[in-house]
Ligand binder design. Structure first.
Ligand code: NAG
Ligand code: NAG
Length: 187
């Protein structure tokens, strides 16, 4: 698990989703197969819409389909997470609001948040943010895809001032060429 992956999972769940979007498919010959990105608690204070998904277009542009609803104003958030890449497991606990603040120093995350129209710090106001046709350009990550290739799985439980939120995802980042060879489809 490299540093950028580690950093990725530490940040609040919203940012986590953006970062997972960054490892989405295409680019250096990699393809992302999303099994699911979903709520794991029906009482989520911050909720993902149904069929929340991340798609990567051949030009290395990532599109997020779905909405995130905050059912209350969020002023504090502690994120407990577990992330697994194949057999490697990592877990921890982070201040979600502080992570959003730290994200300000990262121009990539900053840019992602801006593009998506998401708040860049706490408080996060009550309301719904939908991801429309605003692509995130991930071209610059294509050479790092190999580090992340494999089966990625994660879960986060965020405790906010207003309640809890649980989100989880499962995805596979696969090398398209290897996949083709594996199936005996050469050329
Ligand atoms: C949430 O915050 C906004 C902006 O600060 C404020 O106008 C609104 O009244 C707050 N809503 C609740 C339910 O506290
Ligand atoms: C994406 O960014 C790369 C540089 O990182 C640039 O070369 C490319 O043209 C951009 N693609 C689009 C569709 O804007």
């Amino acid at each position: 698990m490299n540093a950028s992956m580690t950093t990725a999972v530490l940040i609040s769940t919203i940012v986590v989703l953006i970062l997972h979007a960054k490892i989405a498919r295409c680019c250096g010959g990699y393809e992302l197969e999303i099994d699911y990105i979903r709520n794991c608690d029906s009482d989520n204070i911050v909720e993902l819409s149904e069929k929340f998904n991340v798609v990567l277009k051949p030009n290395c542009q990532v599109y997020i389909n779905g909405c995130i609803t905050a059912h209350a104003n969020i002023t504090s958030a502690t994120v407990e997470f577990t992330v697994q890449k194949d057999l490697i497991k990592l877990s921890g606990k982070k201040d979600g609001c502080k992570q959003l603040d730290d994200a300000k120093s990262s121009s990539d995350i900053q840019m992602g948040l801006e593009i998506l129209g998401l708040p860049k710090s706490c408080p996060i106001n009550k309301g719904t943010v939908c991801f429309g046709n605003k692509p995130i350009n991930v071209s610059k990550y294509k050479l790092r895809m190999n580090v992340l290739a494999g089966h990625l799985k994660g879960k986060s439980v965020t405790t906010t001032n207003a309640g809890k939120t649980c989100m989880e995802f499962s995805a596979k980042l696969v090398n398209v060429l290897m996949k083709a060879i594996g199936r005996g489809v050469i050329g």
